[in-house]
Design a protein around this ligand. Structure first.
Ligand SMILES: Cc1cc2nc3c(=O)[nH]c(=O)nc-3n(C[C@H](O)[C@H](O)[C@H](O)COP(=O)(O)O)c2cc1C
Length: 175
């Protein structure tokens, strides 16, 4: 893949919020997890974990915890990506809170792009009740869920979302 293919790859991904009821192949799940495992992390501690949910009842409960966003129930799998503070804080103390979150965000980004590489659809879902998700999945106290990444086969929106001009984010040499 050359650099223009890479940009096209990024530009053709969009969040999908409508899914067909097609299960994910186990090798697709493995591919997504393998890609996430290549993500960089603070001190190479890989301070993230993921709960892969394919059970319909658990997805329905997660949907409720995610303010009834229907795609959470519809998608074939929900990758509940968590920061693991025990791992990050054991070396970095308070700073480890930030690093754990960053590690989890990068891993989730890799999962999202891995799904796209497999021509699957996804939706990063950040609006959810932390405590409800914690209870449904029996998460230990030392992890924090940062995203319910919905993955499956669905219907992308007809028009891709627009973006700010790249320059609007950028400051050179000083703010
Ligand atoms: C941190 C974060 C939280 C998000 N939470 C939600 C969410 O709860 N529900 C949802 O439908 N989309 C959610 N999204 C997806 C964004 O709405 C989407 O990425 C944005 O509108 C740009 O559209 P695109 O992904 O199609 O390019 C979230 C994305 C991020 C990065």
């Amino acid at each position: 893949m050359d650099s223009s293919d890479f940009l096209d790859f990024l530009k053709t991904r969009s969040s999908v919020r409508s899914y067909d009821s097609v299960p994910l192949q186990e090798d697709d799940i493995e591919y997504i997890l393998t890609c996430a495992g290549t993500a960089p992390s603070a001190g190479n501690l890989e301070s993230w974990d993921v709960v892969v949910v394919t059970d319909d009842e658990v997805k329905a409960a997660l949907c409720e915890a995610a303010l009834d966003q229907a795609h959470v129930e519809q998608a074939a799998a929900i990758f509940v990506v968590c920061a693991n503070y025990v791992r990050s804080m054991s070396r970095y103390g308070e700073r480890g809170i930030l690093y754990g979150l960053e590690d989890a965000v990068i891993a989730c980004t890799y999962m999202m792009l891995a799904a796209h590489a497999k021509k699957l659809h996804s939706c990063w879902t950040g609006a959810f009740d932390d405590e409800e998700v914690r209870e449904i999945l029996d998460l230990p106290q030392h992890v924090r869920p940062i995203s319910l990444l919905a993955v499956g086969r669905g219907h992308p929106p007809p028009v891709l979302t627009s973006r700010m001009a790249a320059g609007e984010h950028v400051h050179r040499d000083i703010w």
